[in-house]
Design a protein around this ligand. Structure first.
Ligand code: EPZ
Length: 417
């Protein structure tokens, strides 16, 4: 099993480039199922989640190729609408192929997606939307089947602005008969990126990025070329590292607009963040001010950045409160940070963090993807050596993370344990 070993305290200084967004590229890959032909996605990061999604499409009969961060997907040979159970259970995002397969072939059989460490992750909002568009849903032991000779447009209200449900329903509605309105839709930048690719494929979509998305179904879609947006969560993770280490990073390939809430919180903590044309310049601070954070759907503070802020607040000069409102179990990293001398107490959906002078290196685990990023940040600023296991979680969402951080001074490496 591989581990990451970090010798803390090295100054973090230099330039670092952000890869394409994992949470944008996964729905983009699913969207290629809506057409027959070759789609290409540029700036695609090579991550284990991308590999898993490509394996799902290959299982269905598509052909995929990857070189120089260009992913090409040929869907001419699609021959099945029954998805590979173990791959769907492995990665929840593979559930995003349900909408495209239902819209294109009128039938799909999916294994129930795995929840992961951060909560139950139901799919009721996805299914409610498909039913509103005329699909008949049947649930068997561990699988779901949906059937609809032709989806029809509908007015769908999402009880919660679910990112995945918005994406799945937007893709299904693109080929439905008539107009669809997705009300209380998620507004994340990844939704806008998907809408842009669907429009390039010939879809008729308006309002992505707002809470009301209107889609007029068309009879067919064509292959397209698309460049994925930068990964705002990877960028935010690097910004927090610069802040917590008292270092200085120039982070390129960043759309600062996508990180307004994160930048605001870093500036509230006393960190200098300068916004450039294609990136941000972050200058850390020895004196981090405590602050309160409440995670919310976009444009609120992103739940995907909550874990990474904890090591920063763990060394702030005072008490901070972090409240997680999006997922019911996203504090798994707290116990790992406590092993490193962090003073954190969980109270329901909130964590109270009393700043300490220094974190101490320890043997810890990456309990999920973003918790893993938090442990890397903690290891870089701690006194002594930190060893992180279960790093497969980290490799799901951070391309070449050890190389990137070593290039800006971190004493970090991956070892076989
Ligand atoms: C996406 O997950 C992201 N993943 C997550 O990033 C991110 O944390 C999340 O959106 C919220 O921003 C990808 O884009 C691949 P949701 P998704 O549906 O779509 C509840 C990371 O670290 N819900 O917006 O699964 C759900 O239980 C990952 O990169 C329902 O109740 O998130 C959760 O509490 C982690 N019923 C909340 O909504 C449903 O049918 C948000 O889920 C669907 C969701």
């Amino acid at each position: 099993m591989k581990k990451i070993v970090i010798e803390g305290g090295a100054p973090i200084r230099g330039e670092i480039h952000v890869s394409g967004a994992k949470n944008a590229v996964l729905p983009l890959i699913a969207a290629t199922l809506l057409t027959e032909g070759v789609c290409t996605i540029d700036e695609c990061p090579w991550l284990s989640d991308v590999d898993t999604m490509c394996r799902v499409l290959t299982y269905l009969g598509a052909k995929t190729g990857f070189s120089d961060n260009r992913l090409s997907i040929d869907t001419c040979g699609l021959k099945s609408v029954a998805t590979p159970g173990e791959l769907v259970r492995k990665m929840r995002a593979s559930f995003l192929i349900m909408g495209p397969l239902l819209a294109r072939f009128g039938k799909v059989r999916m294994s129930l997606p795995g929840g992961c460490a951060i909560g139950a992750r139901p799919i009721d909002l996805h299914l409610k939307g498909f039913e509103a568009m005329g699909a008949r849903i049947s649930i068997g032991p561990g699988y779901i089947e949906a059937e609809a000779p032709k989806l029809t447009g509908a007015h769908i209200y999402l009880d919660f602005p679910s990112v995945g449900a918005t994406e799945n329903l937007m893709m299904a509605a693109s080929l439905a008969e008539g107009p669809t309105i997705i009300d209380n839709a998620a507004q994340e930048p990844e939704i806008v990126d998907l809408s842009n690719m669907l429009s390039a494929m010939g879809a008729n979509i308006k309002g992505a990025g707002t809470s009301i998305i209107r889609i007029n179904g068309v009879s067919s879609l064509r292959p397209a070329m698309h460049t994925v947006i930068p990964d705002r969560v990877e960028a935010g993770s690097f910004m927090v590292l610069a802040a917590a280490s008292g270092g200085e990073l120039i982070i390129s390939n960043v759309i600062a607009e996508h990180l307004k809430s994160v930048i605001a919180k870093l500036q509230e903590a006393g960190v200098v963040v300068e916004i450039g044309y294609d990136g941000v310049h972050v200058i850390g601070n020895e004196h981090i001010h405590p602050l309160d954070i409440k995670t919310l759907p976009y444009p609120g503070f992103p739940t995907d950045m909550q874990a990474q802020f904890m090591p920063l607040l763990a060394i702030a000069k005072g008490a901070s409160v972090v409240t997680e409102t999006v997922f019911e179990n996203r504090f798994m990293h707290v116990a790992e940070l406590q092993k490193m001398n962090a003073d954190i107490k969980i109270d329901g959906h909130s964590a109270v963090i009393n700043g300490v002078s220094r974190l101490r290196g320890a043997e810890v685990s990456a309990t999920d993807l973003r918790a893993g990023a938090a442990m890397i940040i903690a290891g870089c600023i701690a006194e002594g050596v930190t060893t992180i296991d279960h790093i497969d979680h980290i490799q799901r969402g951070y391309e070449n993370i050890c190389d990137k951080l070593a290039a800006v001074g971190a004493r970090i490496k991956t070892v076989e344990s």
